[in-house]
Design a protein around this ligand. Structure first.
Ligand code: ATP
Ligand code: MG
Length: 243
């Protein structure tokens, strides 16, 4: 038991969730390391949603609402930390959810699919679906379900690897990334990068999505129009430097 007054309480609770997911067999060893890298950057931004992330979130939600076939890509880490928020986001934004694992095994896919199923959510990308490969890259890392990521015009990724982000971008899809490291290849390659922890940014996206759903296309397009991801990333780095 972690005492509630521990100064690192929140952070330790997240570690417990990650460890539990690893024990349950759906989070790869390297997923724990990826979490540690994220923690370090979260420390640097002060473990709060900074202004630049807030701006990127608004643009991301507006872009999501205007997309034709948007898909939220999930893996072991995002499932462990944010399964309920991801389900909420998919619901409010009418998006699909797809499993996409860097270290794909039948067992991990099965466990994650069932976790979502227990909560009444359907996920694509399991072995029950027709799986194709984006741009013919025949690696288990490039799988995409026919009705999901393969035909998506927009993919929301978090804790994603740089190589795969590149494949998605090259295949002409819009990519929204939630990534605490503004210097990662994923952060640099995505069209819209939210430099924030998924445990804060996804609930905030749900809240903003509920507001933006009532707006017209003109309003949404205006929000998107003035956004530069490059500028936004630069400002996030400036913020870290100042701190
Ligand atoms: P890249 O492959 O994009 O160059 P990388 O190899 O450094 O990046 P990966 O292990 O492939 O990193 O992906 C994990 C990424 O997810 C890291 O950039 C890490 O900072 C980020 N990350 C980890 N935990 C979280 C979290 N809870 N919320 C958001 N981002 C996170
Ligand atoms: Mg990587």
């Amino acid at each position: 038991m972690i005492p509630k007054n521990h100064p690192r309480y929140e952070s330790l609770i997240l570690r417990e969730k990650i460890k539990k997911a690893h024990d349950e067999g759906y989070l790869a060893d390297s997923g724990m390391i990826a979490h540690g890298r994220g923690e370090a950057f979260d420390y640097l931004i002060g473990e709060e949603t900074i202004a630049t992330a807030h701006e990127a979130i608004k643009v991301a939600v507006a872009t999501f609402i205007l997309a034709k076939n948007p898909v939220i890509s999930v893996n072991g880490n995002s499932t462990a930390l944010a399964i309920d928020d991801i389900i909420d986001l998919a619901k409010v934004l009418n998006g699909k959810i797809e499993i996409n694992l860097f270290y794909r095994t039948k067992e991990r896919v099965k466990i994650i699919k069932n976790l979502f199923k227990e909560k009444g959510a359907h996920v694509l990308g399991s072995d029950d679906d027709e799986l194709l490969f984006i741009d013919g890259i025949e690696s288990p890392r490039a799988t995409a379900s026919k009705d999901g990521i393969y035909s998506a015009d927009l993919v929301l990724v978090s804790l994603e690897d740089g190589d795969r982000t590149e494949v998605l971008v090259k295949s002409g899809k819009k990519v929204i990334a939630i990534d605490l490291n503004p210097l990662s290849r994923t952060a640099q390659r995505a069209d819209i990068t939210i430099v924030d922890n998924i445990i804060r940014s996804i609930p905030l996206m749900v809240k903003i999505a509920n507001e933006f759903k009532k707006k017209d296309d003109k309003y949404l397009k205006k929000i998107i129009a003035n956004f530069s991801n490059e500028e936004n990333l630069k400002k996030s780095l400036e913020y870290i430097k100042l701190r």
